[in-house]
Design a protein around this ligand. Structure first.
Ligand code: C2E
Ligand code: MG
Ligand code: MG
Length: 536
């Protein structure tokens, strides 16, 4: 807190007294009444004036001090974290920016350490938020006690802290600080009577004087390195060249994706879903691809997470939905056999969160002329569970006549009993990880899913079927709708010839135990004969 300036000085008091007396003398002179008693009054008024001035000045001093205290408190709060008293995120960035400037001027090295406590969520959930808060305060103290006075310690948010080490001679000094912090965390923390060791993962980004990165880039890079440390359980990791290239690559993808949307570089591939029991094509899943001008055809794994982070997912989702519905409607037009075939489209979290999404679906169905019964929207189980509030949109979509499928079932958080609550879901897609290994616990899970699906009248689809023995095992479990490379990889629409793909296959043998080789051969034949078919 800065010094309090005293506004009451002797000159002040004397001046006010004299001013009071002069006013009286002038008043009496004007009234021509300069008697002795009145002159006594003049003296008294001088004294009263001085006292009034003193009181006024004291009051002024008091209010000024309090205003100043208030301003200083507000200033402190704006830059500090209320819980730990450390600098907050905003203050960190401005400190870091000026430190970077100084390190360039002084030709010194600067280190940014991004810390994230391990298992903090578990502690918070099991011991309560007060214990969590207390732990964060202890960690803050420990950090302050470990680093040098000239280093900056900030709480970045939640259980994340950032330490900025300034004026270092070389990179080794930064690593020494990281090791020192890890050592400080080895000492058990006493929390509500119990002692526990709380570990942390540290990501390090080092800026040499010629480093072009700004403060946000450095923190972002230290954060990325922290994830590397967490994954490898190595305590700390330094942001390196490989990661730098990954970040640049991501930024390139982000920049190119904006263009891709405008220039219609995104295309839709279709992978068939086969009903092995009836030997019929059950449907298609629409899967987005990017026809990148320099990278060639790239899969969703390389760009959908960037699209999600940058808010482009809703636009991409709409493009795919529109294209898939239009394509299915064209096939309907070309052959009546296509009318019993479904089109499944993946729906991302961002699309579902938009309250207008059901209207968009209705609009696209209307525009394309695709009957709603032919459309299935695939939503991963975590998205459904996390956004129960969005369920009203799911109901609205179901009421349009569109089906809903839980995608990648078994990889998320939901339990089987949970599914019963989603009365609007009509299909469960068992994830590839179960198909890859159908023994042990997985066998029990598949059995339970099939039993529940039967009871709730749900369809079960197995994803990622790659070989004959999987087909046999799945049929034994009672799963007969399958999707996987065994039948077909996803292909572009012009590879799908409606005259051969949609026509019913030879159903002379409709036994459930149909040989998968037979199915395989049938579809391989289909592929051999697949010739580019024009969309109508
Ligand atoms: P998904 O919805 O579970 O789709 C199935 C994925 O498994 C596809 O990968 C498909 O090519 C792959 N696959 C199918 N059969 C096999 C197999 O036998 N073996 C192996 N190894 N893989 C198989 P893809 O096309 O790379 O898509 C990956 C994920 O990206 C999709 O998983 C889906 O979650 C997402 N995705 C794709 N297109 C879209 C889209 O238009 N919108 C949204 N929101 N997500 C999409
Ligand atoms: Mg899917
Ligand atoms: Mg899936």
């Amino acid at each position: 807190m800065s010094e309090n300036r005293l506004l009451l000085s002797p000159g002040h008091v004397l001046g006010s007294g004299i001013a009071g007396a002069i006013i009286w003398v002038v008043a009496l002179f004007v009234l021509r009444d300069l008697t002795q008693e009145n002159l006594v009054l003049v003296g008294a008024s001088g004294v009263i004036g001085a006292i009034a001035a003193a009181i006024g000045a004291l009051y002024q001093n008091y209010t000024a001090r309090h205003t100043q205290e208030y301003l200083e408190l507000a200033e402190h709060q704006a830059h500090h974290d209320a819980l730990t008293g450390l600098l907050n995120r905003n203050a960190l960035f401005s400190e870091l920016e000026s430190s970077l400037k100084r390190s360039k001027e002084d030709d010194t090295v600067l280190g940014v350490l991004f810390l994230d406590l391990d298992r903090f969520k578990v502690i918070n959930d099991s011991m309560g938020h007060e214990a969590g808060d207390e732990l964060l305060r202890i960690v803050a103290e420990r950090l302050l006690g470990t680093v040098r006075g000239s280093d900056v310690v900030a709480r970045f948010g939640g259980d994340e802290f950032v330490v900025v080490c300034r004026d270092l001679i070389n990179e080794k000094s930064v690593l020494a600080v990281a090791k020192q912090i890890l050592k400080a965390f080895e000492k058990p923390v006493s929390l509500y009577g119990g002692a526990m060791v709380v570990s942390t993962s540290i990501g390090v980004a080092i800026a040499r004087p010629d480093d072009p990165r700004r403060s946000e880039n450095l923190v972002r890079d230290a954060d990325a390195a922290m994830y590397k440390a967490k994954r490898s359980r190595s305590g700390f990791a330094v942001f390196d060249e490989v990661q730098r290239l990954q970040v640049i690559d991501r930024l390139d993808i982000e920049r190119d994706l904006v263009k891709a949307l405008d220039e219609e570089q995104l295309i839709v591939y279709y992978q068939p879903l086969i009903d092995v029991r009836s030997k019929r094509l059950y449907g298609f899943e629409a899967l987005v691809r990017w026809n990148h001008p320099t990278r060639g055809l790239i899969g969703p794994g390389q760009f959908l997470s960037v699209a999600e982070e940058t808010g482009m997912m809703a636009r991409i989702g709409e493009i795919v939905l529109r294209e898939a519905c239009a394509q299915a409607a064209v096939w309907n037009h070309l052959t009546t056999d296509a009318r019993g075939v479904r089109m499944s489209v993946n729906i991302a979290e961002q699309q579902l969160l938009d309250g207008n999404f059901p209207y968009l679906v209705a609009d696209i169905l209307d525009w394309s002329g695709l009957p709603p019964e032919q459309l299935t929207l695939e939503i991963t189980e975590d998205v459904i569970v996390e956004h129960l509030a969005g369920l009203s949109s799911l109901r609205q979509i179901r009421d349009l006549g569109v089906s809903l499928a839980i995608d990648d079932f078994g990889t998320g958080q939901s339990s089987l009993s949970y599914v019963k609550q989603f009365d609007m879901v009509s299909t469960i897609k068992i994830d590839k990880i179960f198909v890859d290994d159908m023994g042990g616990v997985n066998a029990a899970i598949i059995e339970a899913v099939v039993a529940m699906a039967k009871a709730l009248d749900l369809k079960v689809v197995a994803e990622g079927v790659e070989n004959d023995s999987q087909v046999r095992e799945l049929l034994d479990f009672g799963v007969h709708i399958m999707q996987g490379y065994l039948f077909n990889k996803p292909v572009s629409a012009d590879m799908i010839d409606p005259s051969s793909w949609f026509s019913p296959r030879d159903s002379s043998s409709d036994a459930p135990g149909l040989s998968s080789q037979e199915i395989n051969r049938a579809f391989a034949r289909t592929m051999e004969h697949a010739r580019p078919a024009r969309r109508g």
